[in-house]
Design a protein around this ligand. Structure first.
Ligand code: HMG
Ligand code: MG
Length: 297
């Protein structure tokens, strides 16, 4: 039987949060719906964060209200605190994501809290989600490097991943936020985390700044990771990670996985069409090699 890989599409959030130009709600809604039609069953739809910190996510409530939800598809949104959680709930979110970091400096810059303070803020979100039957995802940022501190000790990644697991996250996404890690480092990090948290609940979240993302994915696939975050057309970056390029492109991940005998349930042609569509909308060149190659043919 072909092994199944879960792809978590983060383009509408991690991708678009970093765009300077205003993107209207209709475009966001169409993007999410196209991604669902391409077969993606987890599509991060927005973030209930301060509009002063990340203006691009300000209309996440409108986006949630306007998307036509496909049965079997979940639409997680980021929630940094109870205020965000309440907004997400009011918008009918089925899944929320809390986001911590393995680096103290990044945590401060990103959510204005130390790692410990952030975990304390997430606890009531986790409790509310459990009480309401809302699924809780977790992120750890800067697992392979921080824009302010450089290398991050693996033990710090393990500690935060364990804390999120104890809080009840069904999945913990380990983020190379600035895309600096190489495959050997990614493998060692996953080995250390999976000694404490079951590998089945871990997801890889790789940005492609140094062109290592696909190699990193392959390295941690070999360690048993079966869920990966990616972004259509390689959209994105991080507003609090200067110089970071986008997430690895969903099309490139799907192409690599299908060519390596894995099943994703995603239609590559539909992804390429969507990638070209969104690139045109944003007046940018696709960051996906697969899309560029298909466009040329
Ligand atoms: P703060 O300023 O410390 O918050 O920000 P505060 O509690 O003092 O409140 C200040 C103001 O924000 C108040 O409004 C609050 O009502 C409002 P004012 O009275 O000034 O008008 N506020 C909110 N508004 C909307 N939604 C909320 C909310 N909470 C407070 N939830 C805060 C703390 C966490 C809010 C802020 O730092 C923030 O929103 N940060 C978000 C940063 C962010 O979204 N970063 C990008 C996502 S992380 C990422 O991309 C990495 C990832 O992809 C993984 C990877 O790549 O590694 C996940
Ligand atoms: Mg990210």
């Amino acid at each position: 039987m072909t092994a199944k890989i879960n792809i978590v599409e983060v383009g509408p959030r991690d991708g678009l949060q970093n765009e300077q130009q205003t993107i209207d709600v209709a475009t966001k809604v169409e993007l999410i719906e196209r991604l669902g039609d391409a077969g993606l069953n987890t599509i991060e739809a927005g973030a209930f964060v301060s509009p002063k910190w990340v203006p691009q996510m300000a209309a996440s409530d409108d986006v949630l209200a306007r998307i036509t939800r496909k049965p079997g598809v979940s639409y997680p949104v980021l929630t940094p605190n109870l205020k965000g959680y309440e907004g997400a709930r009011a918008g009918g979110a089925d899944t929320v994501a809390i986001f911590a970091a393995a680096s103290e400096s990044f945590s401060k810059k990103n959510i204005n809290a130390s790692i410990e303070e952030s975990l304390a803020r997430f606890q009531p979100v986790a409790e509310a989600a459990k009480a309401d039957g809302v699924r809780l995802r977790g992120y750890v940022s800067c697992v392979l490097g921080c824009p302010y501190e450089g290398k991050i000790p693996v033990k710090d990644v393990v500690r935060v991943a364990k804390a999120l697991h104890r809080m009840g996250c069904y999945e913990i996404s380990l983020g190379d936020t600035i895309g600096v890690g190489a495959p050997g480092e990614a493998r060692d990090m996953i080995r250390a985390v999976s000694a404490e948290v079951p590998v089945a609940v871990l997801a890889g979240h790789f940005h492609d700044t140094y062109g290592q993302a696909l190699a990193n994915i392959y390295a941690v696939l070999e360690e048993g990771v079966r869920t990966f975050d990616s972004s259509i057309s390689g959209l994105g970056g991080c507003p609090y990670a200067p110089g970071a390029s986008g997430n690895v492109a969903t099309e490139d991940v799907v192409y690599m996985l299908h060519g390596s005998g894995f099943d994703t349930g995603v239609n590559l042609d539909a992804l390429v069409t969507t990638s070209l569509w969104v690139s045109e909308k944003l007046s940018r060149r696709p960051a996906s090699k697969v899309t560029l190659a298909r466009r040329a043919n």
